[in-house]
Structures are given as structure tokens and as C-alpha cells.
Design a binder for this molecule. Structure first.
Ligand code: SF4
Length: 279
């Protein structure tokens, strides 16, 4: 298994986004009203405090479908290959550079081969092509879809995206956050799902939607975007699935004092999913 890159593709100092404080004058790091907010504030101090938005909505949708059930190290090259072939200036680009048009018209086998490094490439090529056809049917162009994501009510955008085959809550929320720039959206991936329940920020048996609801209720809208990317980064560096840093002692984790460690047995060195610990 190749190692994960140091920084998740949507986060990192160079991973897009702008300074959260510059975007929102009400942004107040350090004035936490809940434990979840205090956690996000501390992680923001350790990593970054950014606001997101402005990515191309359809490309963001494609990128998130490619990342499903795989690591960034596998999905990033697939994304790059897809853009090199079907994006503007590529050999299979559509006239005018509309990515949705190029992918709707793509030869399915060729598309699958182009994204093969992402795994599940037959399923993902079908989802991507289906999404491209849907965008063209419903909106007429990639740009019109972009405007819909940016300007319509976030709840309506989310419901609409969820109606598309291959688009689940995490994908819909990533599009809302990274393309729409919608505050108050906290996408829940596997790292966020694990850490929020381990720390006691969400019920131990909560599913992804339950974690999202608990976190979005406890964190101000302007801190949700970077809360998502810094929590993923923290999951990679400290609170990993099998070996959370606290197994090496309290001083090994910067958030030790804020954490319930549900499912983590520091004495035996054993780790189970928080839902099992709650049984
Ligand atoms: S104390 Fe342990 S379980 Fe809690 S956040 Fe830190 S590494 Fe994760």
C-alpha cells in the first residue's frame, strides 16, 4: 500500500481556500462556545483557518466521486489524467471546453481506463458519465450548474445532488463547501466520523449523517469548512484508525484534554470503533 500524502488534497496550506478571518469579519478564533468549536479552534491554530469556495462545481463533483472508497494517493492521479484528456485543451475536450459535455460524450471504456488508478473504475466511470449527462439535461452546461450550486438555497442544492446516482452525502457536502463556498457545511468522511465519536463530540453510535448534524449544530458556520479539512489532517497525523497518538502517552496528542477516547484503551493499547465500545 502506498503511503498517504502528508496533506489531504482539498486541504493543506497550498490546497486552496482563503484566510477565514479575511473572508468574514465575524470570524472569532478562540471564542468557543462548545467543546466541538474549541477542538476546531485548536486544530485551526495547529494547521490552518481557511474559507473555501470558488472551485468549479462539476469538476469538484467529479473529483469527489473519484475519491470515494480510495485514498488521495490513488485518486489524485486519476483526476489529473481525466482533466488532461477531457479538460480544456485535452485531446478529448468538448468544443468550448465544457467538461460535462466531454465526459457525457466520452467512450466509457476509455474513460474507465483514464481513471483506473482510482479503483472501482467501471463503477466510477458510470457515475461520472451519469452525472455529466444529468448536468447537461438539467442545466444545459457546466457553467449553469456552477451557478446553481453557488446561488441556490444550500438545502435545495444538497437534496438535488443527492438525487444523482453515485452521489452520497459526503460528495454533496464537498461540492457545497468547495464549489459553493457555503458556510455551515461540514462534510463527514471516514476520519471525521471516527474522530468526532472518539472524542465524544457526537454519539458513539452515530452514522455519518448523525455526526454531521451534531457537528454542524455545535460549530459556527464560518468554522465548518476548515474544521473539515483540519480534522482530516489531524486524523492522518495523530488520531489514526488503528493507532491513535495517545497510545504513546497523553503528551503525544495535542487534544488529549478535550477527548473522551471512546473505544481507546490506553492501558491495553487496544482500539475499537466507538460504536462497539458503547454496546
Ligand atoms: S486523545 Fe487519542 S483518541 Fe483522543 S484525539 Fe488524541 S489521539 Fe485521538
Amino acid at each position: 500500500m502506498p503511503e498517504e500524502p502528508d496533506v489531504n488534497i482539498s486541504g493543506g496550506p497550498d490546497g486552496g481556500g482563503t484566510d477565514a478571518a479575511a473572508e468574514d469579519p465575524t470570524f472569532a478564533p478562540g471564542a468557543a462556545e462548545t467543546r466541538a468549536e474549541a477542538v476546531v479552534d485548536e486544530l485551526g491554530e495547529i494547521y490552518w483557518q481557511k474559507a473555501y469556495g470558488g472551485q468549479d462545481a462539476f469538476e469538484c463533483l467529479v473529483r469527489t466521486i473519484l475519491s470515494q472508497n480510495t485514498s488521495d494517493v490513488a485518486s489524485q492521479p486519476a483526476h489529473d489524467s481525466l482533466m488532461a484528456r477531457y479538460g480544456e485543451g485535452g485531446p478529448a475536450a468538448a468544443p468550448g471546453g465544457d467538461l460535462a459535455r466531454a465526459l457525457a460524450d466520452a467512450d466509457r471504456d476509455e474513460l474507465a481506463e483514464t481513471i483506473s488508478s482510482a479503483g472501482l473504475y467501471n463503477q466510477k466511470s458510470a457515475s461520472i458519465q451519469g452525472a455529466a449527462e444529468w448536468v447537461l439535461d438539467a442545466y444545459g452546461s457546466e457553467d449553469a450548474f456552477d451557478a446553481f450550486v453557488r446561488e441556490e438555497d444550500p438545502g435545495e442544492v444538497r437534496e438535488t445532488l443527492l438525487s444523482v446516482d453515485g452521489v452520497g452525502p459526503k460528495t454533496a457536502d464537498c461540492v457545497l463547501l468547495f464549489a459553493g463556498g457555503r458556510g455551515g457545511v461540514f462534510p463527514v468522511d471516514t476520519h471525521v466520523h471516527r474522530i468526532a465519536r472518539r472524542m465524544g463530540l457526537a454519539p458513539a453510535d452515530a452514522d455519518h449523517e448523525g455526526v454531521r448534524e451534531a457537528i454542524e449544530a455545535a460549530i459556527p458556520p464560518e468554522k465548518c469548512g476548515f474544521g473539515h479539512t483540519v480534522m482530516i489532517q489531524f486524523g492522518r497525523e495523530y488520531c489514526s484508525a488503528r493507532k491513535p497518538a495517545c497510545l504513546d502517552g497523553p503528551e503525544a496528542c495535542p487534544l488529549y484534554d478535550r477527548c473522551d477516547r471512546v473505544g481507546v484503551d490506553e492501558l491495553d493499547g487496544e482500539v475499537v470503533d466507538p460504536a462497539e465500545a458503547a454496546d
